[in-house]
Structures are given as C-alpha cells and as structure tokens.
Write a protein that binds this ligand. Structure first.
Ligand code: NAD
Length: 398
C-alpha cells in the first residue's frame, strides 16, 4: 500500500502537467527569439524595454558565479534581455570584515567562490532574496540542493506573472511520499515551469573559457528550452536541448554518487581498470534507477553531456571524487564533514547527501539489492563498511 502510494506520487509527478506556460511576456519572448526578428532588432539596435526579459541567478557559489558570467555576457549581446543580471548572494562576512555582496559589487569578482574571474559589470549582487527575484521573469536556480527547500519556502507566493525557471542544481529531496526532483520542487512550490541544465561542467574550467558542453532538459515547450539554450550558449559552452527533464536531472544528480565511488578507488590506488569498471557500473545503475523512477526517461539522454560525459569528468576531476579520495586515504577515520570544511572552504559536497537520499529511496522500494554500487557508497560514507568494500559486491541486474 505504501509502495503503491509512493509510485502514484512519483508517477503523477512525472505526468502532472507543469503549471501552464506563461502568457504574454513569454509568447512575445519566443517571438523575440525568432532569428528574423532578432536580426532586425540587432539591425536597429532597439527593443521595447517592457518586452525584455530580466534574469536573476539564485545562488552565487562556484557554479552559480560561472553561470552568472555566462548569462551576463549574453544578456549584453541579445537585444531581448535586459543588460542587468541580478545574482542573489547568501550573505557572508569575510575575514577582513567586508560583506561578500559589497566586494562583488565593488570588484566584480566573487572573491570567495570564484576568485580571479570577472563576472561582468552588468552582474549585480543582491543579498535580499525577495528583492533579487521580484522583477525577474527568468530565474536560474543554482545552489547546493540541501538549501533549495528553504529557498522555495521563502519564495512561496512571491513569484507572480509569467515567470520561467531553470535548475542547475544537482540533487534531490526525499519526502515521505518519495523522491522529489529539484525542478519539481520549484514547479510545485512556486507554480512555474522549470527546465534543467546539467552536463560535464566543472565550474573552474568553464570560468576560464575552456570548451565544454551541457544539456538543457525540458518538459513541454521547445521554444522555452531554446531561449535557455540561447541565454547560456557561448562559443566555448555548447548547449543542447533534450526533451527529457527527469532523465537529464537524474543524470546530474546520480553521477555525484558515482564520483564518490571513483574517489574511493583513487584513494585506495586501485588503478584505471577498476575506476573504469566503477564508472560503467555506476552509469548502468544511473540508467536503471532513472527508468524505474520515471519510465519516460530516454536511453539517448545517457549519451548526452549530462550522462556519460558528466560521469567521466566528475570521476576524473570533481570535488566529490577529491574528498572521497581523502576519506579513503584516511581509512575512513576522518569524517566527510571535517574533510569538506577543510578541503572545500565553503563549497558544498553533494555526493554524500545524495547517496543517503538515494539509499532512502532504494530502501523504501525494496531495491537495495538491485543497486549494489549506490548502496555500498552510502554504507561506506556512513562508516558501516570500509572503503575497500567498493569492489566487494556481486553485480545484480536491475
Ligand atoms: N561547482 C561546480 O563545478 C558545479 C558544476 C555543475 C553543477 N554544480 C551544482 O551547482 C549547484 C551549486 O553549486 P555551487 O558550486 O555553485 O556552490 P558551492 O558549493 O561552490 O557554494 C556553496 C554556496 O552555498 C551558499 N550557502 C551556504 N549556506 C547557505 C544557506 N544556508 N542557504 C543558501 N545558500 C547557502 C554559499 O554562500 C555558496 O554560495 C550544486 O547543486 C552543484 O552540484 C556545481
């Protein structure tokens, strides 16, 4: 019975029509984005201010700051966007006594989370969440996933008019009815449509404009997805739309668990063959769990940047891998919390909490045996198994 209601809730979530698409401004935006119209606007350099879209980035960590930089450079070039891009900053006082927001607005640099990179003069840091979103009709959510429930609660009832959202957040919430993807949390709590952008995107590499790709997952409107693609794309950041919001988001979420496993392998110096095996098994479990949760998820999504490419980059270079490597090197004696604080200086790990959330779902559904890699990662993270256990299981077919 519990399982039935759980399935009902996740399947109704996947099928529920997202809140109806915004009316006036977005239809005009879609029109504004047609190549012919855009060309004519670029020709005379004019665009009615009321029709211009305003973007706010909710979040200002490592990836949040890079996202603001990408968007800010495009907002200046595309006539259908206001030049100014707001960025909500979770206010912090730095060791020199200055507020992070003030420094960002003075130096145009997020000295704590993205030092050495200019964000663009048109990025305005704002410590007041409600003020930051109040005039925006395009919201980009990019904070560690554990803060998203609180942020959505603070914004509940405050978002009005025709507003579109996109989530760059990798992670999920587990509620008593089952897993809730962050895009669904945003859609349900704020009553707005929400796309996702995921991919093989280590923020510091994109910050220095090294070429990479990303995937936009969308539910309904291809036109809205194209607008997001346009807002993020640069010659060094190639974005592809995919009609599979759950598949794209689950790839971005679950790969962080695989990255933790890869970190254990590195910490134990098990070598490249073992790491490749872990990545393959991890990708297989990502696909199997995604399809069990959302049968609409497409196989082809796993071949996009959000799938195999993100698994590769995150298992080679990401922060989850790095901290898990240190954990294994300590023989499991140092806690993840301690290592996170010491190694990441305010940046947040996602893989350990995602492993716990995934385990809760597997346990709830009676699927633990079918996902030995995911389950083992959680048990190592909680100290119930030693890091060596990462290769000590038999693979079951999901
Ligand atoms: N960093 C990357 O390379 C990268 C790449 C792709 C996706 N992502 C995803 O982007 C999302 C955001 O990550 P990030 O790298 O921008 O952040 P981060 O881990 O670098 O920084 C943590 C952020 O959380 C904020 N914060 C701290 N306490 C908070 C609170 N109580 N409420 C709200 N905010 C608080 C901090 O001010 C800071 O902005 C995550 O889901 C991550 O998985 C990150």
């Amino acid at each position: 019975m519990r399982l039935r209601s759980f399935f009902f809730s996740i399947f109704s979530l996947s099928r529920s029509p997202s809140p109806s698409l915004p009316s006036s401004r977005f239809s005009s935006l879609s029109a504004a984005m047609s190549p012919a119209l855009e060309k004519s606007r670029q020709g005379n350099g004019e665009c009615n201010d009321d029709l211009k879209s305003k973007v706010t980035v909710v979040g200002s960590g490592n990836w949040g700051s890079v996202a603001a930089k990408l968007i800010a450079s495009n907002a200046l070039k595309l006539p259908s966007f206001h030049d100014e891009v707001r960025m909500w900053v979770f206010e912090e006082v730095l060791p020199n006594g200055e507020k992070l927001t003030d420094i960002i607005n003075k130096t145009n640099e997020n000295v704590k989370y993205l030092p050495g990179i200019k964000l663009g003069r048109n990025v305005v840091a704002d410590p007041d969440l409600e003020n930051a979103v109040k005039e925006a009709n395009m919201l980009v959510f990019v904070t560690p996933h554990q803060f998203m429930d609180g942020i959505c609660k603070r914004l509940d009832g405050k978002i009005t008019g025709d507003v579109e959202a996109i989530s760059l957040v990798k992670g999920m919430e587990v509620k008593k009815e089952g897993p809730c993807m962050i895009s669904s949390l945003i859609s349900k709590q704020l009553g707005i449509n929400c796309c996702v952008l995921m991919g093989a995107n280590i923020a510091n590499e994109i910050a220095v404009e090294k070429f990479s790709e990303a995937t936009v997952g969308y539910r309904e409107s291809r036109e809205i997805a194209d607008t997001w693609v346009q807002l993020f794309s640069t010659p060094y950041f190639m974005v592809t739309p995919v009609h599979d919001v759950e598949g794209v988001e689950l790839c971005g979420t679950l790969k962080n668990v695989v990255a933790i496993a890869a970190g254990f392998v590195d910490g134990l110096e098990m070598g490249n063959n073992t790491k490749a095996a872990i990545m393959r098994i991890g990708l297989r479990e990502m696909k199997a769990l995604s399809k069990l949760l959302f049968p609409s998820v497409k196989d082809s999504t796993f071949f996009e940047s959000c799938g195999v490419a993100d698994v590769i980059t995150t298992c080679l270079g990401g922060r989850n891998r790095r901290v898990a490597e240190a954990y294994a090197k300590s023989g499991g004696k140092r806690s993840f919390d301690e290592l996170e604080a010491e190694m990441l200086q305010g940046q947040k790990l996602q893989g350990v909490s995602t492993a716990r959330e995934v385990y809760e779902v597997l346990n709830h559904c009676g699927w633990v045996e079918m996902f030995p890699l995911f389950s083992t990662v959680h048990q190592i993270c909680t100290g119930r198994l030693q890091p060596e256990a990462i290769v000590q299981y038999r693979e079951h077919k999901a």
